[in-house]
Design a protein around this ligand. Structure first.
Ligand code: OGA
Ligand code: NI
Length: 412
């Protein structure tokens, strides 16, 4: 069949080869190219004292925040009393916390996947993935103490002096798989996002313990492992609900790349003018997100699925719960049945928020497209087959723009 665009069509041997570190030879250029940080880092004196540095031009602000690795945290610590123009969003992107409701769906008890209520829980998961694309889970196998330790570790890392965090900037980081940065794609964005982050992509325990920051490496690694185990259970359920059987090596190809990020959203003097993260969907298969108690994560209700179209729902913090969301890869694989949710993050003026997502996605060399069995049932393919690396280049090469990322694979 000409449109057998299935991950299951990829020969097993091909998948195995890609699990190893060699795939990074391809991935490295994307990140170094994206963040033009080849220049050696010169730490500016201005960020050490607590007087507000004067940014005479937009480029000196950009250099301070992005190039020199001070981040938004450095900007706030320097004493700014209002957000610089570079952070002011266009009116249509601004967020108003008063005209949104909270999502009141109860969290799904994942421990029931192993008991007599298995089918009921699978149905709940599939239903959530088909509608909002977001849900929360409890009894997920990640110890609550670890969740607390992760939030503490994130605060500890971002409280480091800027020059210590800047050691992980692209180009100087001890590994191309570890990257500290700010906003999403600063050089492409009209308005910067009010967020700093550290991103750690897994290749081996050894590398993680050697190259990830000491302040968070152990907890981040443990969390990544337990989360990906949980993700596997969720994805198995979702794939089975599509009427598809996937063997272990195909599943490994689908979830073979794992990345844990720590996001830091400093308290912002003008939350009404900024965003923490702009409207986007995640590119991978499934994202697991730990958020703290501050709140500010919003998901857009899918217009086809709900009368309240265009409405944004807050995903409220639930102590001990993890947030799960569907990414573009699963939307493509399921030929549109599972919804990669559009979401964004608000900033607040009172407290600094942290979140810790784990992204799971296919290895870079994997070809992804709608599963053949689903295409056959649907009678048409809504997406073309793409190599994940190409999808990623497009995703990380453009500023956040809602669900536009999916256009790269969409068949019109
Ligand atoms: C992300 C994201 C949400 C949050 O990192 O992709 O959507 O609450 N984060 O930090
Ligand atoms: Ni996201």
């Amino acid at each position: 069949m000409s449109f057998s665009l299935s991950i299951s069509t990829v020969p097993t041997t091909q998948i195995k080869v890609h699990i190893g570190t060699s795939l990074w030879h391809q991935k490295i250029p994307i990140f170094t190219e994206l963040f033009h940080l080849q220049k050696p880092l010169v730490y500016k004196k201005t960020s050490l004292n607590h007087m507000a540095p004067s940014f005479n031009s937009s480029s000196s602000l950009y250099d301070f925040v992005v190039r020199d690795g001070n981040g938004v945290k450095g900007l706030v610590d320097s004493g700014v009393s209002e957000v610089p123009e570079r952070y002011i969003q266009a009116p249509r992107e601004r967020m108003n916390e008063h005209d949104t409701r909270a999502c009141d769906a109860p969290p799904i008890d994942l421990s029931k996947l192993n008991g007599p209520e298995h089918e009921k829980v699978v149905d709940e998961i599939a239903r959530a993935a088909e509608t909002l694309g977001f849900f929360q889970v409890v009894n997920h196998g990640v110890p609550l103490e670890l969740l607390e330790d992760l939030k503490d570790a994130a605060h500890t890392f971002f409280s480091l002096p800027p020059e210590m965090k800047a050691r992980y900037c692209s180009g100087v980081s001890p590994s191309p798989r570890v990257k500290y940065g700010t906003s999403f794609v600063p050089e492409k964005e009209k308005a910067l996002e009010w967020k700093d982050y550290i991103s750690m992509t897994y290749s081996s325990d050894e590398e993680a313990l050697q190259c990830w920051p000491n302040q968070c490496k152990e907890v981040a690694l443990e969390y990544l492992k337990l989360s990906t185990k949980m993700v596997r259970g969720i994805v198995e359920a979702l794939i089975r609900k599509l009427g598809v059987r996937m063997d272990d090596s195909k599943m490994e190809g689908l979830l073979g790349m794992k990345m844990v990020n720590m996001n830091y959203y400093p308290a912002c003097p003008n939350p009404e003018l900024t965003v923490g993260v702009g409207r986007h969907s995640d590119m991978g298969a499934i994202t697991v997100l730990l958020q703290d108690g501050i709140g500010g994560l919003y998901v857009k209700v899918d217009e086809q699925n709900d009368a309240d179209k265009g409405e944004w729902l807050e995903i409220p913090p639930i102590p001990g719960a993890l947030v799960i969301n569907v990414g573009d890869t699963l939307q493509i694989l399921s030929n549109g049945k599972y919804k990669s949710a559009e979401h964004r993050v608000r900033t607040t003026s009172t407290q600094s928020r942290v979140s810790v997502p784990v992204f799971t996605m296919p290895v870079a060399t994997e070809r992804i497209g709608p599963l053949a069995e689903v295409v056959e049932k649907d009678g048409l393919a809504r997406y073309r087959e793409v190599v994940l690396q190409d999808y990623m280049n497009n995703f990380f090469g453009n500023a956040h723009a809602g669900k536009k990322s999916l256009d790269f694979a969409r068949i019109n």
